[in-house]
Design a binder for this molecule. Structure first.
Ligand code: SAH
Length: 250
């Protein structure tokens, strides 16, 4: 019985952004447990005959409960199988990789984490945004827009820090987040980009400013999965599709 789990980051979408290690781990797996946001093209690196188990909510079904995924992984490894747990982006960035690693550790199961390019790195680069251009930004902060109430990020502190901000899962509550950032003193003219399906053939993007982003998202219909990037570095974006920043600023 020599089963183990590879917690694999599949990157933001483009299969060419997989690491060599991810490709090797996929090739070694007997079974793959695959999340929603993973581009199915990466599964071509599985060996012939490897089983694929979808654990996302594609097709309108409810997503597989986290505890069930963890139990299933453990069960498969205990049958001696090599399991590829394939996640979008990086497994340890908003991917519940930490929870799954904890469950495996508690069960005494061998596992290895294989990094992926997180969407917050891949999607801005696909738009030509250098997140930490040294003349412009002292750093970058990755934050979730999903949490609410007491659990929500401290938008005041984030605004004060003045680093480039990359917001994951931020579309559903965008109006609220923008309201918080404006209340914290971020000017309406602050450049903002929204990138949906970054690095994929159907990538869509929008470059605008804080005061207009909510309206522009509604107008263009850009939706999840998307990252929102806020900061002066966004001025360096080479948005091909829609570029409203200059028009708005005029
Ligand atoms: N572990 C993943 C993040 C999972 S959370 C990672 O490291 O990238 C899911 C969120 O990631 C989405 O709501 C969206 O904000 C972002 N995301 C994932 N893939 C994306 C893509 N191709 N383009 C833009 N945003 C993406």
């Amino acid at each position: 019985m020599t089963g183990k789990v590879y917690l694999i980051g599949a990157g933001p979408g483009d299969p060419e952004l997989l690491t060599l290690k991810a490709v090797r781990a996929l090739g070694a797996a007997d079974v793959a447990l695959v999340d929603d946001l993973v581009n199915r093209d990466v599964l071509k690196f599985l060996r012939a005959g490897a089983r694929v188990i979808e654990v996302g909510k594609r097709g309108g079904c409810r997503s597989t409960p986290q505890a069930f995924i963890e139990r299933q992984m453990i069960r498969l490894v205990r049958h001696g199988l090599v399991v590829a747990r394939v996640k979008g982006g990086d497994p340890y960035v908003f991917g519940r990789g930490g929870e799954e690693a904890g469950a495996l550790r508690n069960a005494g199961i061998e596992f290895e984490v294989v990094n992926g390019i997180t969407a917050g790195i891949g999607a801005p680069a696909a738009l030509g945004i250098p997140l930490t251009h040294r003349d412009i930004a002292h750093g970058v902060t990755f934050v979730t827009g999903h949490a609410r109430g007491n659990d929500a990020p401290d938008w005041q502190a984030l605004a004060r820090a003045g680093t480039t901000l990359v917001i994951y899962m931020g579309i559903a509550r965008l109006a609220e987040i923008v309201g918080e950032l404006r209340a914290a003193g971020v000017p309406d003219g602050m450049p903002v980009a929204v990138v949906q399906n970054g690095t994929l053939p159907d990538q869509r993007s929008l470059v605008t400013c804080l005061g207009a982003v909510v309206e522009e998202v509604v107008r263009t219909g850009i939706g999840s999965p998307a990252v929102v990037v806020m900061g002066e570095v966004v001025r360096l974006a080479n948005a091909r599709e829609i570029n409203d920043l200059t028009r708005r600023a005029a």
